[in-house]
Design a protein around this ligand. Structure first.
Ligand code: PHE
Length: 358
Protein backbone atom coordinates (compact mmCIF):
# COMPACT_ATOMS: atom_id res chain seq x y z
CA UNK A 1 0.00 0.00 0.00
CA UNK A 2 1.10 3.56 -0.80
CA UNK A 3 2.79 5.31 2.10
CA UNK A 4 0.28 7.83 3.59
CA UNK A 5 3.01 10.36 4.45
CA UNK A 6 4.44 10.31 0.95
CA UNK A 7 0.96 10.53 -0.54
CA UNK A 8 0.22 13.54 1.66
CA UNK A 9 3.41 15.35 0.62
CA UNK A 10 2.73 14.66 -3.03
CA UNK A 11 -0.88 15.85 -2.83
CA UNK A 12 -0.01 19.00 -0.84
CA UNK A 13 2.64 19.86 -3.42
CA UNK A 14 0.03 19.40 -6.19
CA UNK A 15 -2.45 21.63 -4.32
CA UNK A 16 0.16 24.35 -3.89
CA UNK A 17 0.94 24.14 -7.60
CA UNK A 18 -2.71 24.31 -8.80
CA UNK A 19 -2.88 27.51 -10.87
CA UNK A 20 -6.64 27.98 -11.19
CA UNK A 21 -9.96 26.88 -9.72
CA UNK A 22 -10.61 24.26 -12.43
CA UNK A 23 -7.38 22.34 -11.92
CA UNK A 24 -7.86 22.56 -8.16
CA UNK A 25 -11.28 20.98 -8.53
CA UNK A 26 -9.86 18.19 -10.72
CA UNK A 27 -7.25 17.57 -8.05
CA UNK A 28 -9.89 17.38 -5.32
CA UNK A 29 -11.84 14.77 -7.30
CA UNK A 30 -8.78 12.70 -8.05
CA UNK A 31 -7.76 12.67 -4.36
CA UNK A 32 -10.96 12.77 -2.35
CA UNK A 33 -13.68 11.90 -4.86
CA UNK A 34 -15.48 8.56 -4.94
CA UNK A 35 -12.70 6.99 -6.99
CA UNK A 36 -9.93 9.22 -5.62
CA UNK A 37 -6.57 8.03 -4.41
CA UNK A 38 -7.28 8.53 -0.70
CA UNK A 39 -10.72 6.99 -1.03
CA UNK A 40 -9.14 3.96 -2.75
CA UNK A 41 -6.70 3.50 0.09
CA UNK A 42 -9.53 3.74 2.62
CA UNK A 43 -11.33 0.98 0.77
CA UNK A 44 -8.20 -1.21 1.04
CA UNK A 45 -8.17 -0.99 4.85
CA UNK A 46 -10.51 -3.98 5.16
CA UNK A 47 -7.77 -6.31 3.95
CA UNK A 48 -5.35 -5.34 6.72
CA UNK A 49 -5.13 -6.95 10.13
CA UNK A 50 -6.76 -5.01 12.99
CA UNK A 51 -3.69 -3.22 14.44
CA UNK A 52 -2.37 -2.17 11.09
CA UNK A 53 -5.87 -1.15 10.04
CA UNK A 54 -6.23 1.22 13.01
CA UNK A 55 -2.81 2.80 12.50
CA UNK A 56 -3.16 3.17 8.74
CA UNK A 57 -6.79 4.37 9.12
CA UNK A 58 -5.73 7.16 11.46
CA UNK A 59 -2.87 8.14 9.19
CA UNK A 60 -5.18 8.21 6.17
CA UNK A 61 -7.72 10.36 8.04
CA UNK A 62 -5.01 12.88 8.79
CA UNK A 63 -3.94 12.89 5.15
CA UNK A 64 -7.54 13.45 4.14
CA UNK A 65 -8.03 16.35 6.53
CA UNK A 66 -4.73 17.94 5.64
CA UNK A 67 -5.43 17.70 1.91
CA UNK A 68 -9.00 18.98 2.33
CA UNK A 69 -7.96 22.02 4.32
CA UNK A 70 -5.07 22.75 1.94
CA UNK A 71 -7.58 22.65 -0.94
CA UNK A 72 -9.97 25.00 0.94
CA UNK A 73 -7.21 27.47 1.65
CA UNK A 74 -5.90 27.35 -1.92
CA UNK A 75 -9.42 27.81 -3.22
CA UNK A 76 -9.94 30.94 -1.12
CA UNK A 77 -6.61 32.34 -2.37
CA UNK A 78 -7.46 31.64 -6.01
CA UNK A 79 -10.91 33.24 -5.61
CA UNK A 80 -9.39 36.36 -4.06
CA UNK A 81 -6.88 36.57 -6.88
CA UNK A 82 -9.65 36.15 -9.50
CA UNK A 83 -11.68 38.95 -7.87
CA UNK A 84 -8.66 41.25 -7.74
CA UNK A 85 -7.97 40.55 -11.41
CA UNK A 86 -11.58 41.38 -12.31
CA UNK A 87 -11.53 44.60 -10.31
CA UNK A 88 -8.40 45.71 -12.13
CA UNK A 89 -9.85 44.61 -15.45
CA UNK A 90 -13.18 46.43 -15.01
CA UNK A 91 -11.82 49.53 -13.36
CA UNK A 92 -13.54 52.74 -14.53
CA UNK A 93 -11.43 55.80 -14.97
CA UNK A 94 -13.79 58.49 -13.72
CA UNK A 95 -11.42 61.20 -14.88
CA UNK A 96 -11.92 60.39 -18.59
CA UNK A 97 -13.97 62.95 -20.54
CA UNK A 98 -17.70 62.20 -21.05
CA UNK A 99 -18.89 61.05 -24.46
CA UNK A 100 -21.34 63.87 -25.24
CA UNK A 101 -22.32 62.18 -28.52
CA UNK A 102 -24.28 59.59 -26.53
CA UNK A 103 -26.51 62.09 -24.75
CA UNK A 104 -30.21 61.75 -25.54
CA UNK A 105 -32.57 64.50 -26.67
CA UNK A 106 -36.05 65.45 -25.56
CA UNK A 107 -38.61 64.99 -28.31
CA UNK A 108 -40.19 68.34 -29.28
CA UNK A 109 -43.54 67.02 -28.05
CA UNK A 110 -42.11 66.36 -24.59
CA UNK A 111 -40.46 69.77 -24.54
CA UNK A 112 -43.63 71.55 -25.67
CA UNK A 113 -45.71 69.66 -23.13
CA UNK A 114 -43.32 70.66 -20.35
CA UNK A 115 -43.62 74.29 -21.39
CA UNK A 116 -47.43 74.17 -21.55
CA UNK A 117 -47.65 72.50 -18.13
CA UNK A 118 -45.26 75.05 -16.62
CA UNK A 119 -47.29 77.99 -17.96
CA UNK A 120 -50.67 76.67 -16.79
CA UNK A 121 -49.05 75.45 -13.58
CA UNK A 122 -48.15 79.07 -12.80
CA UNK A 123 -51.81 79.98 -13.30
CA UNK A 124 -52.88 77.39 -10.72
CA UNK A 125 -53.90 74.51 -13.01
CA UNK A 126 -53.06 70.95 -12.08
CA UNK A 127 -52.58 68.01 -14.45
CA UNK A 128 -55.33 65.40 -14.94
CA UNK A 129 -55.27 62.22 -16.98
CA UNK A 130 -57.74 59.83 -18.58
CA UNK A 131 -57.61 56.57 -20.57
CA UNK A 132 -56.73 56.43 -24.29
CA UNK A 133 -59.42 53.78 -24.78
CA UNK A 134 -62.72 55.43 -23.96
CA UNK A 135 -66.37 54.45 -23.82
CA UNK A 136 -68.96 56.15 -25.99
CA UNK A 137 -70.40 57.99 -23.00
CA UNK A 138 -67.23 59.87 -22.08
CA UNK A 139 -65.98 60.50 -25.62
CA UNK A 140 -69.34 61.58 -27.09
CA UNK A 141 -72.60 61.29 -25.18
CA UNK A 142 -71.63 63.21 -22.04
CA UNK A 143 -70.07 65.88 -24.24
CA UNK A 144 -73.48 66.64 -25.70
CA UNK A 145 -72.85 64.55 -28.82
CA UNK A 146 -75.80 62.07 -28.98
CA UNK A 147 -75.63 58.99 -31.27
CA UNK A 148 -76.97 60.57 -34.46
CA UNK A 149 -75.25 63.92 -34.00
CA UNK A 150 -73.42 65.09 -37.16
CA UNK A 151 -70.40 66.05 -35.05
CA UNK A 152 -69.61 62.35 -34.80
CA UNK A 153 -68.73 62.30 -38.48
CA UNK A 154 -66.21 65.06 -37.94
CA UNK A 155 -64.26 62.79 -35.66
CA UNK A 156 -63.14 59.88 -37.90
CA UNK A 157 -63.30 57.56 -34.95
CA UNK A 158 -61.30 54.35 -34.48
CA UNK A 159 -63.69 51.78 -33.02
CA UNK A 160 -62.70 48.68 -31.07
CA UNK A 161 -64.52 45.38 -31.76
CA UNK A 162 -68.09 45.17 -30.50
CA UNK A 163 -68.60 43.88 -26.96
CA UNK A 164 -71.26 41.32 -25.98
CA UNK A 165 -73.70 44.13 -25.06
CA UNK A 166 -73.20 45.55 -28.61
CA UNK A 167 -71.34 48.61 -27.30
CA UNK A 168 -68.01 49.57 -28.76
CA UNK A 169 -65.08 51.27 -27.07
CA UNK A 170 -63.23 53.94 -29.05
CA UNK A 171 -59.74 55.37 -29.17
CA UNK A 172 -60.50 58.80 -27.78
CA UNK A 173 -60.84 61.35 -30.56
CA UNK A 174 -60.00 64.27 -28.26
CA UNK A 175 -58.96 64.90 -24.66
CA UNK A 176 -62.40 66.34 -23.80
CA UNK A 177 -63.56 63.08 -22.10
CA UNK A 178 -61.13 63.99 -19.31
CA UNK A 179 -63.42 66.98 -18.61
CA UNK A 180 -66.21 64.54 -17.77
CA UNK A 181 -63.99 62.19 -15.77
CA UNK A 182 -62.68 65.10 -13.72
CA UNK A 183 -66.17 66.46 -13.00
CA UNK A 184 -67.31 62.98 -11.97
CA UNK A 185 -64.48 62.70 -9.46
CA UNK A 186 -63.93 66.21 -8.16
CA UNK A 187 -65.98 68.94 -6.57
CA UNK A 188 -65.69 72.45 -7.98
CA UNK A 189 -63.69 74.62 -8.00
CA UNK A 190 -61.94 72.69 -10.78
CA UNK A 191 -58.91 73.99 -12.64
CA UNK A 192 -57.12 71.30 -14.67
CA UNK A 193 -55.28 70.73 -17.88
CA UNK A 194 -55.29 67.24 -19.40
CA UNK A 195 -52.52 66.47 -21.89
CA UNK A 196 -52.51 63.20 -23.78
CA UNK A 197 -52.68 61.16 -26.95
CA UNK A 198 -55.69 61.34 -29.22
CA UNK A 199 -56.60 59.33 -32.31
CA UNK A 200 -58.41 59.92 -35.58
CA UNK A 201 -58.58 57.78 -38.65
CA UNK A 202 -56.90 60.34 -40.85
CA UNK A 203 -53.46 60.59 -42.43
CA UNK A 204 -52.02 63.21 -44.77
CA UNK A 205 -49.54 66.09 -44.70
CA UNK A 206 -51.26 67.79 -41.79
CA UNK A 207 -52.85 64.80 -40.01
CA UNK A 208 -51.44 61.73 -38.28
CA UNK A 209 -53.67 58.94 -36.88
CA UNK A 210 -52.25 59.63 -33.41
CA UNK A 211 -51.56 63.13 -32.16
CA UNK A 212 -51.54 65.04 -28.89
CA UNK A 213 -53.93 67.50 -27.34
CA UNK A 214 -54.02 69.51 -24.16
CA UNK A 215 -57.46 70.02 -22.69
CA UNK A 216 -58.25 72.74 -20.18
CA UNK A 217 -61.23 72.93 -17.81
CA UNK A 218 -62.22 75.54 -15.25
CA UNK A 219 -65.43 75.14 -13.25
CA UNK A 220 -66.47 77.40 -10.38
CA UNK A 221 -69.25 79.87 -9.59
CA UNK A 222 -67.95 82.96 -11.34
CA UNK A 223 -65.53 82.21 -14.22
CA UNK A 224 -66.84 83.77 -17.44
CA UNK A 225 -65.85 84.43 -21.04
CA UNK A 226 -63.61 87.31 -19.94
CA UNK A 227 -61.55 84.91 -17.81
CA UNK A 228 -61.38 82.46 -20.69
CA UNK A 229 -59.99 85.17 -22.95
CA UNK A 230 -57.54 86.50 -20.40
CA UNK A 231 -56.27 83.03 -19.59
CA UNK A 232 -55.68 82.04 -23.22
CA UNK A 233 -54.14 85.38 -24.25
CA UNK A 234 -51.77 85.07 -21.31
CA UNK A 235 -50.92 81.53 -22.41
CA UNK A 236 -50.18 82.60 -26.01
CA UNK A 237 -47.86 85.38 -24.86
CA UNK A 238 -45.98 83.14 -22.47
CA UNK A 239 -45.74 80.19 -24.83
CA UNK A 240 -44.72 82.05 -28.00
CA UNK A 241 -42.57 84.43 -25.97
CA UNK A 242 -43.95 87.39 -27.87
CA UNK A 243 -45.32 90.01 -25.44
CA UNK A 244 -47.86 91.53 -27.79
CA UNK A 245 -48.70 88.55 -29.99
CA UNK A 246 -52.00 89.36 -31.72
CA UNK A 247 -54.76 86.97 -30.58
CA UNK A 248 -58.19 86.76 -32.19
CA UNK A 249 -61.30 84.97 -30.85
CA UNK A 250 -63.44 83.84 -33.77
CA UNK A 251 -66.99 82.52 -33.16
CA UNK A 252 -67.23 78.79 -33.80
CA UNK A 253 -69.22 75.71 -32.88
CA UNK A 254 -68.54 72.76 -30.58
CA UNK A 255 -71.38 70.67 -29.12
CA UNK A 256 -69.82 70.79 -25.65
CA UNK A 257 -69.35 74.57 -25.33
CA UNK A 258 -71.76 77.51 -25.72
CA UNK A 259 -70.74 80.02 -26.84
CA UNK A 260 -67.75 78.54 -28.67
CA UNK A 261 -64.75 80.16 -30.26
CA UNK A 262 -61.57 79.34 -32.08
CA UNK A 263 -58.40 81.21 -31.28
CA UNK A 264 -56.09 82.49 -34.01
CA UNK A 265 -52.72 84.11 -33.55
CA UNK A 266 -51.26 86.77 -35.81
CA UNK A 267 -48.41 85.76 -38.08
CA UNK A 268 -46.75 86.43 -41.37
CA UNK A 269 -46.16 83.70 -43.91
CA UNK A 270 -43.94 83.51 -46.89
CA UNK A 271 -43.36 80.51 -49.08
CA UNK A 272 -41.76 78.24 -46.53
CA UNK A 273 -41.64 80.00 -43.19
CA UNK A 274 -44.09 81.38 -40.65
CA UNK A 275 -43.25 84.18 -38.26
CA UNK A 276 -45.40 84.48 -35.15
CA UNK A 277 -46.52 87.87 -33.91
CA UNK A 278 -45.98 89.98 -37.03
CA UNK A 279 -47.76 90.50 -40.34
CA UNK A 280 -51.43 90.31 -41.19
CA UNK A 281 -52.13 86.61 -41.51
CA UNK A 282 -53.95 84.46 -38.93
CA UNK A 283 -53.35 80.90 -37.79
CA UNK A 284 -55.80 78.78 -35.83
CA UNK A 285 -54.33 77.19 -32.72
CA UNK A 286 -57.16 76.07 -30.44
CA UNK A 287 -60.87 75.63 -29.74
CA UNK A 288 -62.61 76.88 -26.62
CA UNK A 289 -65.87 78.07 -25.07
CA UNK A 290 -68.10 78.19 -22.00
CA UNK A 291 -68.92 74.66 -20.80
CA UNK A 292 -72.40 73.67 -22.06
CA UNK A 293 -74.96 73.15 -19.23
CA UNK A 294 -75.65 69.62 -20.54
CA UNK A 295 -71.96 68.78 -20.11
CA UNK A 296 -71.90 70.05 -16.54
CA UNK A 297 -75.03 68.00 -15.84
CA UNK A 298 -73.47 64.86 -17.38
CA UNK A 299 -70.49 65.37 -15.08
CA UNK A 300 -72.79 65.55 -12.05
CA UNK A 301 -72.50 69.32 -11.58
CA UNK A 302 -75.52 71.63 -11.21
CA UNK A 303 -75.41 74.21 -14.04
CA UNK A 304 -77.63 76.59 -12.05
CA UNK A 305 -74.92 76.83 -9.44
CA UNK A 306 -71.70 76.39 -11.42
CA UNK A 307 -70.22 77.52 -14.72
CA UNK A 308 -66.86 77.52 -16.41
CA UNK A 309 -64.84 77.32 -19.55
CA UNK A 310 -62.89 74.73 -21.51
CA UNK A 311 -60.34 74.71 -24.27
CA UNK A 312 -58.44 72.17 -26.35
CA UNK A 313 -55.32 72.61 -28.44
CA UNK A 314 -53.11 70.44 -30.62
CA UNK A 315 -49.62 70.04 -29.20
CA UNK A 316 -47.94 69.22 -32.52
CA UNK A 317 -49.47 72.32 -34.03
CA UNK A 318 -48.11 74.74 -31.44
CA UNK A 319 -44.75 72.91 -31.42
CA UNK A 320 -44.47 73.26 -35.22
CA UNK A 321 -45.27 76.97 -35.00
CA UNK A 322 -42.83 77.79 -32.25
CA UNK A 323 -39.94 75.64 -33.42
CA UNK A 324 -40.37 75.95 -37.17
CA UNK A 325 -40.94 72.25 -37.84
CA UNK A 326 -42.49 72.10 -41.31
CA UNK A 327 -43.85 68.53 -41.56
CA UNK A 328 -46.19 66.97 -39.00
CA UNK A 329 -45.45 63.38 -39.98
CA UNK A 330 -41.77 63.68 -39.06
CA UNK A 331 -42.77 63.82 -35.38
CA UNK A 332 -43.51 60.11 -35.42
CA UNK A 333 -40.95 58.68 -37.84
CA UNK A 334 -38.43 58.04 -35.06
CA UNK A 335 -35.59 59.33 -37.22
CA UNK A 336 -32.61 59.99 -34.95
CA UNK A 337 -31.16 62.60 -37.31
CA UNK A 338 -34.42 64.55 -37.05
CA UNK A 339 -34.38 64.20 -33.27
CA UNK A 340 -30.79 65.42 -33.08
CA UNK A 341 -31.80 68.47 -35.09
CA UNK A 342 -35.14 69.36 -33.50
CA UNK A 343 -34.73 67.69 -30.10
CA UNK A 344 -33.82 69.49 -26.90
CA UNK A 345 -30.91 68.93 -24.57
CA UNK A 346 -32.58 68.07 -21.26
CA UNK A 347 -32.49 70.83 -18.69
CA UNK A 348 -30.94 70.13 -15.33
CA UNK A 349 -33.92 71.42 -13.40
CA UNK A 350 -36.54 68.64 -13.23
CA UNK A 351 -39.73 69.90 -14.81
CA UNK A 352 -43.15 69.27 -13.39
CA UNK A 353 -44.30 66.36 -15.49
CA UNK A 354 -41.11 64.33 -15.31
CA UNK A 355 -41.01 65.03 -11.62
CA UNK A 356 -44.49 63.54 -11.33
CA UNK A 357 -44.18 60.53 -13.57
CA UNK A 358 -40.70 59.16 -12.90
N1 PHE B 1 -62.31 68.82 -28.31
C1 PHE B 1 -62.19 69.84 -29.33
C2 PHE B 1 -61.46 69.24 -30.54
O1 PHE B 1 -60.87 68.20 -30.44
C3 PHE B 1 -61.42 71.04 -28.83
C4 PHE B 1 -62.16 71.78 -27.75
C5 PHE B 1 -61.97 71.44 -26.41
C6 PHE B 1 -63.05 72.78 -28.04
C7 PHE B 1 -62.63 72.11 -25.42
C8 PHE B 1 -63.74 73.46 -27.07
C9 PHE B 1 -63.52 73.13 -25.75
O2 PHE B 1 -61.45 69.81 -31.60
Amino acid sequence: MENPEQLKDALLADVAAAGDLDSLEQLRVSALGRKGRITDLMKGLGALDPDERRATGQALNQVKEAVQSAIDARKADLEDAALDARLVDEAVDVTLPVDIGGQGRLHPISQTLDEVIAIFGEMGFSVAEGPDIEDDFHNFEALNIPPEHPARQMHDTFYLPEKSDASRMVLRTHTSPVQIRTMENEEPPIRIIAPGRTYRCDSDLTHTPMFHQVEGLVVDKTSHMGHLKGCLIEFCRAYFEVGDVPVRFRPSYFPFTEPSAEVDIGCSRDRDSIKIGAGDDWLEILGCGMVHPNVLRAGGIDPDEYQGFAFGMGLERIAMLKYGIPDLRTFFEADLRWLRHYGFVPMEVPTMLRGLTT
